[in-house]
Design a protein around this ligand. Structure first.
Ligand code: DX5
Ligand code: ZN
Length: 555
């Protein structure tokens, strides 16, 4: 698909960590709204936006107008990752004399608009859009507005004007995180409907209650509704918006304020507050331990893989794991790139193609052309030269690079030089060949060992546990170091795929919470553990954390 999924994701992580660094150093700032728009910014900066950090005022650049300017750390962090200035400069955030002020200022290269006085960015974007038209330029204007910001009447005046002037070179994003400075948007000035109580989750999940898209439609905009943390959905929406002729587009991105750090998520307190320095290593560990669920469709009905893909869509899978077997590298045969090509139009969920085939170098292009987002080949059938070729082809096409090792295989010496560019290492925990086998217990220890080897070689990718992963062992696999979880019989083999994926997430989340509590204990003993737990005020998280701390003997 050429999504460049992994590159975007790695940079989104870097940017989130810089937001933490900057706001902590400043002792103030807005992490919540920076995190709700983190994936949107990532898709723009690392895929769609035309810009040149060496020439910030290049005439043909696309314009990114951050109307909700208080989320400036989320802008600066991406400008740094994109190469406008050194990431270390984030430490000067909000300091006297710094170009990184609390609200964006034009003296910072890459900043297009002094946002922060809310409600103005869309009007300014219309001016830019009309200027581009007069100058016969085809650059685009991307505008990010907030939902709290939408209380401002000028937003709606601009909404009318953009349609009147047919500014189809504008793509706006509504960062719909449901929270504004003082409380939930649906309490202060509902965009959808009044919120009774403080539980946002029902509102977030129930599409029938979202009215804001209808408001924009009524104004004449091309409206695209998405989950604003799914890279593939943002990417697809940006592409669709580019195709709309004669009307401006708005992407209504449902997001979570503070997304990525549990105690900040959905918590109005984190609209504008900085983390305490002692919490930073724990927060970074949390950001680094993001995980994904990848159902393997061969565990379903092989005569109707289309149906299995649809189950993954309904189940909200993160990836779809595609096990290609050639009857030679492994005794079984499943399907090849032609099937992947047939399945591709059914969904935009990233395709995680695992090639259990001989001579992968001869076939890798076919899997790129079929629309894979990552292609993983086996170390047993590669050497330095053929893997080098595979690596180059995948990178040139914006496809993730993966390497897999069988239970009896260690990482070969030749692979070391590629580790820093690997997006994924599949650690097989069954002898590959079929789904439904039992997890080989020694894989736990092997994964733990691999983590340190990978670290030595600057691995920035993800370990994917593949084979015999179940609800019983997934938590331990996470503790070992796996961050992607293939589930064949344990997910696709089940009736309620959506329910089981949710259970997988909950189980792994529990392991993650345990890991973070252990980290807090290492860094500051029981006192820090309790402080960490006390940050978790929204939802049920706190009770589970208290329970885990008890189990560990920390309180
Ligand atoms: C094994 C495949 C796995 C397998 C997973 O050869 O690579 O992806 O299908 O299925 P379970 O989870 O049932 O082991
Ligand atoms: Zn597999």
């Amino acid at each position: 698909m050429g999504l460049n999924y992994y590159k975007i994701k790695k940079n989104v992580l870097k940017a989130r960590k810089l937001v933490i660094k900057g706001t902590t150093a400043a002792g103030s700032g807005h992490p919540g709204g920076s995190f709700s728009m983190a994936e949107i910014m990532g898709c723009l900066y690392y895929k769609h936006l035309k810009f040149d950090p060496k020439n910030p005022l290049w005439d043909d650049r696309d314009r990114l107008i951050l109307s909700k300017g208080h989320a400036s750390p989320g802008l600066y962090s991406n400008l740094a990752v994109a190469g406008y200035f050194e990431p270390a400069e984030l430490e000067t955030l909000r300091k006297f004399g710094s170009k990184l002020q609390g609200h964006p200022d034009l003296k910072c290269p890459g900043v297009e608009f002094c946002g922060g006085s809310l409600g103005l960015g869309l009007s300014y974007s219309i001016g830019n859009a009309l200027a581009a038209r007069l100058d016969n330029k085809n650059h685009r204007i991307y505008t990010v507005i907030g939902d709290g910001e939408s209380n401002e009447g000028q937003v709606w005046e601009a909404a009318m004007a953009a349609v009147k002037f047919k500014t189809d070179n504008i793509t706006a994003f509504l960062d719909r995180n449901f929270i504004q400075q003082d409380s939930y948007t649906e309490k202060i000035m509902p965009l959808d409907e009044n919120l009774e109580g403080d539980d946002l989750s029902l509102m977030w999940k129930d599409a029938s209650r979202w009215k804001i898209g209808d408001k924009w439609r009524a104004f004449g905009w091309n409206v695209i509704d998405i989950d604003g943390h799914r890279i593939e959905q943002i990417d697809n929406a940006i592409k669709k918006a580019k195709q709309a002729k004669g009307v401006p587009s708005i992407i209504i991105a449902r997001t979570i304020k503070g997304k990525g750090v549990e105690h900040m998520e959905d918590n109005p307190q984190w609209h504008g507050k900085a983390p305490k320095p002692e919490m930073v290593p724990i927060i970074n560990a949390e950001l680094e331990s993001h995980f994904v669920i990848a159902p393997s469709i061969i565990a379903g009905d092989m005569s109707n893989l289309e149906k299995e893909v649809k189950k993954c869509v309904v189940g909200r899978a993160d990836y779809i794991h595609l096990d290609v077997m050639d009857g030679a590298f492994v005794p079984n045969t499943t399907f090849d790139h032609t099937k992947i090509k047939e399945l591709r139009p059914l969904t935009i969920i990233p395709f995680d193609a695992h090639l259990m085939i001989n001579e992968p170098v001869k076939h890798v292009r076919e899997y790129v052309d079929a629309g894979s987002d990552i292609v993983t080949v086996h170390a047993e059938v590669c050497d330095e030269s053929s893997f080098g070729e595979i690596h180059d082809i995948l990178q040139q096409n914006g496809v993730g690079v993966g390497l897999a090792i069988n239970p009896d295989t260690e990482l070969p010496q030749w692979s070391h030089k590629f580790i820093e560019n690997l997006e994924q290492l599949i650690v097989m925990s069954v002898v590959p060949g079929q789904s439904g086998q039992k997890y080989i217990e020694s894989s736990h220890e092997k994964t733990q060992r691999l983590v340190s080897i990978l670290k030595e070689h600057n691995f920035e990718g993800t370990i994917e546990a593949d084979g015999g992963v179940t609800l019983e062992n997934a938590g331990q696999c996470f503790t070992d170091g796996a961050r992607a979880f293939v589930g064949g019989s344990a997910i696709i083999g089940q009736n309620d795929v959506r329910g089981i994926i949710r259970e997988f997430r909950d189980t792994i989340l529990k392991s993650r919470r345990r890991l973070l509590i252990q980290k807090a204990n290492e860094l500051g003993g029981k006192e820090l553990v309790n402080e960490w737990i006390d940050l978790h005020v929204v939802g049920e998280k706190k009770n589970q954390l208290i329970q885990i701390a008890k189990e560990l003997g920390f309180n």
